[in-house]
Design a protein around this ligand. Structure first.
Ligand SMILES: [Zn+2]
Length: 344
């Protein structure tokens, strides 16, 4: 697989959304699956959207595929209830991977996620450095240095390899990966070209901020988790993801106007809408994600707890720092834009 790690930023006269030169053979064939990559900040409804697409008869919800190695190590259950090594879908997919590589399924690497290393500060710093380099490469054409970056590249290679196996084992032609990182979304679009669709899932930042606070994040980390994602993702999407490859979906529309929103998603995929998108009767095999995946019933309800949970000072803090991003994303009509910084 040719990987565009050292590809300089697009020169002005280049085709704006040229795909990578070569891609895995199967993923270029006419019957190759369409891969939907959901990019969003955390706590934005990605598991819900992933499963709603996975409700369609022709689609398979894969969940947060990047963390699957950690989930295998933990013995975490698939949404179907079985462990990943015993799940009717993943056991077959992982067996194929094992056979091809001559290694146990636990050796699979799908990016910077491996449970045994999560607690390590050194691991987190190396992951941040790797992602920072990839961002610089895409944003400013900084040449790849290749220190931490091969881990990211290997993760992408093995992820793309898995798609073929999932398509063959499931018989589905649309696969949904809701791993979320915008860098991985951009590289999916570049590597898979027309076979990839990126969904930029957005949610009112105040709701996301409140949710991160509820989960024990410090205020600045909670702010960063939302603002950083979109401030960095949107310019990269504009530059690297073709218009036909990118759809923005608002969480608020998904839960308040689900049929209309899912019809739009299906149209974006070039596939028919099915009422099953709004039902959750089919078994799912998505990996990790929000605990709603284990609920037998799914009530589509707008979660606006932030309105009663955030104090005036917390709201002021959030809007002071993220107000411009909110307005750029179409949120916060009730928000006064922060004053422009004074010239020095
Ligand atoms: Zn399963």
């Amino acid at each position: 697989m040719a990987y565009p790690a050292s590809t300089p930023a697009r020169p002005d006269n280049a085709r704006p959304h040229a795909p990578a030169q070569t891609r895995p053979q199967k993923l270029q064939s006419a019957d190759a699956p369409t891969v939907v990559f959901i990019s969003s900040a955390g706590h934005s409804g990605s598991t819900l959207l992933d499963m709603m697409i996975g409700n369609l008869s022709y689609a398979e919800s894969l969940g947060e595929l990047m963390v699957m190695p950690g989930e295998i190590a933990l013995g975490s259950p698939c949404t179907c209830g079985a462990s990943l090594l015993e799940c009717p879908l993943w056991s077959r997919v992982l067996a194929r991977w094992s056979q091809r590589h001559g290694r146990p399924p636990g050796d699979i690497r799908l990016g910077w996620m491996a449970h045994s290393q999560h607690a390590s500060r050194a691991f987190r710093l190396a992951r941040a450095a790797s992602h920072g380099w990839r961002w610089l490469q895409l944003r400013a054409g900084v040449p790849a240095l290749g220190l931490a970056e091969p881990v990211y590249r290997r993760g992408l290679e093995q992820t793309l390899e898995l798609y073929d196996d999932v398509a063959e084992c499931s018989g589905k032609r649309v696969l949904v990966n809701s791993s979320k990182p915008y860098l991985v979304a951009v590289d999916h679009a570049r590597l898979l070209g027309a076979r990839c669709r990126v969904i930029n899932l957005v949610r009112d930042g105040r709701a996301v901020y409140a949710s991160f606070l509820r989960h024990g994040f410090a205020p600045r980390a909670a702010l960063h988790a939302w603002q950083h994602h979109y401030d960095r993702a949107l310019p990269l999407f504009e530059r690297y993801v073709g218009p036909g490859q990118l759809l923005t979906v608002r969480y608020e529309d998904l839960v308040t106007r689900p049929q209309e929103t899912m019809s739009r998603v299906c149209g974006f995929l070039g596939e028919p809408f099915e009422p099953s998108a709004l039902e959750f009767s089919a078994p799912h095999h998505n990996v990790n994600g929000n605990d709603i995946r284990f609920r037998p019933r799914h009530e589509l309800r707008l979660d606006e707890r932030w309105r009663r949970e955030l104090s005036a000072s917390q709201l002021e803090f959030f809007m002071q720092h993220a107000g411009r991003t909110m307005l750029r994303m179409g949120y916060g009509a009730d928000v006064t834009p922060p004053a422009a910084p004074r010239a020095a």
